[in-house]
Design a protein around this ligand. Structure first.
Ligand code: SPD
Length: 351
């Protein structure tokens, strides 16, 4: 079948495993919108796979690229209809944006957080940064509160351009919050704000490729991180987080996207989390929405886009799931060094 051939082509060109059903989703996304970023978002595949799928559609006359738009053709409509493929309807709850959380009790945190985050450092390509919307950060804190992972707890945040440590400390509920980041600007910003606001927050410069300092191992109740998405990079964050937990009952919050991680990578990551002694208790698709970073035109996927349009800063297209894990056994991770580049693999798109 034709979609199977396109899936095979994507695999051969990029080494990204996709199925005919994934390709059908790209066609469904192209039926839904002519905007490249909306198509990438709705297709929910590694960005390079979606780009290759669109190129294959164009060669078959199913879509046309005009200026910065992707238009479905009559031939494309006919093909989709014959294959039983229709436009994608997310059916996302407009009130909670699909998170299933009531944020009203966090209204004052939302305001406080917006006030202190105003002068935050801009995302840097060097560290694969790209931060989530302020609402997303507050929603993460709200979820941790609801799960009993915030009040009275000792919390560690591994990599914090999202300023999760700041939002957590602003609630004045945790016993202690520690943030680690490789970026001196973030560490300086967090330290300065913690002092000005008298928060129980400390920030330290640390490269997560290096083992966690021994004084931070097995000392925390909760960790947060939004790892870079290469498999090695993901482990560098997730394993550090798990090794920071005291033991069974400790919880972790991690982001994981479909736009830079195929389901095969998701499987490897989930296996690694289970093998480390954790279980996945919650998974919220598209919980995280990201503010567009200033290096869209130099990121890896830009060269592969069939049409080029720089999205507005607050025009979210990159989303990721929020995963909550909980330790059910003693942590089983090696606190080893990860040498070299931890950002890039064949599915990387925004590095
Ligand atoms: N490189 C810019 C976007 C980075 C977003 N990282 C999100 C990782 C999700 N786990």
């Amino acid at each position: 079948m034709e979609l199977e051939g396109i899936a095979q082509r994507i695999k051969e060109k990029h080494g990204i495993p996709v199925t005919a059903r994934d390709v059908a989703r790209v066609l469904g996304a192209a039926l839904t919108s002519a905007d490249i970023w909306r198509i990438v978002d709705l297709a929910g595949l590694p960005v390079l796979a979606t780009c290759e799928g669109l190129q294959a559609f164009a060669e078959r006359g199913w879509v046309q690229f005009v200026d910065d738009r992707v238009w479905i053709t009559a031939e494309g409509q006919k093909t989709a209809q014959a294959l039983g493929i229709g436009p994608i309807q997310e059916l996302r709850c407009p009130r909670c944006r699909g998170r299933g959380l009531e944020l009203e009790p966090f209204r004052s945190l939302t305001q406080e957080f917006a006030r202190v985050a105003k002068d935050r450092p801009e995302a840097a390509q060097e560290f694969d940064q790209g931060y989530v919307t302020e609402e997303t950060t507050v929603a993460r804190i709200a979820l941790a509160f609801a799960r009993g992972d915030l009040a009275g707890k000792e919390i560690i945040v591994l990599g914090d351009d999202d300023l999760v440590s700041l939002a957590a400390a602003l609630t004045r509920l945790p016993k202690r919050v520690v943030a680690l980041d490789v970026d001196a600007r973030i560490v300086e910003f967090l330290s300065r704000t913690a002092k000005a606001e008298n928060l129980a927050l400390e920030a330290h410069l640390h490269d997560l490729r290096d083992p966690l300092p021994s004084e931070l191992v097995r000392r925390f109740d909760t960790f947060f991180c939004d790892p870079t998405e290469s498999f090695r990079g993901y482990l560098a964050f997730a394993h550090r987080g798990i090794s920071a937990l005291r033991g069974p009952g400790g919880a972790g919050y991690l982001g994981l996207t479909r736009l830079e991680a195929s389901l095969a990578k998701w499987q490897r990551i989930q296996k690694a989390l289970l093998e480390a002694g954790a279980v996945i208790t919650d998974l919220f698709p598209n919980f995280h929405e990201y503010v567009n970073w200033p290096y869209i035109e130099t990121m890896r996927a830009w060269a592969f886009l069939p049409v080029k349009r720089v999205p507005g800063k607050f025009e979210p297209w990159y989303r990721s799931a929020l995963i909550r894990v909980e330790l059910v056994e003693e942590p089983r991770v090696e606190n080893v060094r990860y040498a070299g580049d931890i950002f890039t693999d064949e599915e990387a798109a925004t590095t």
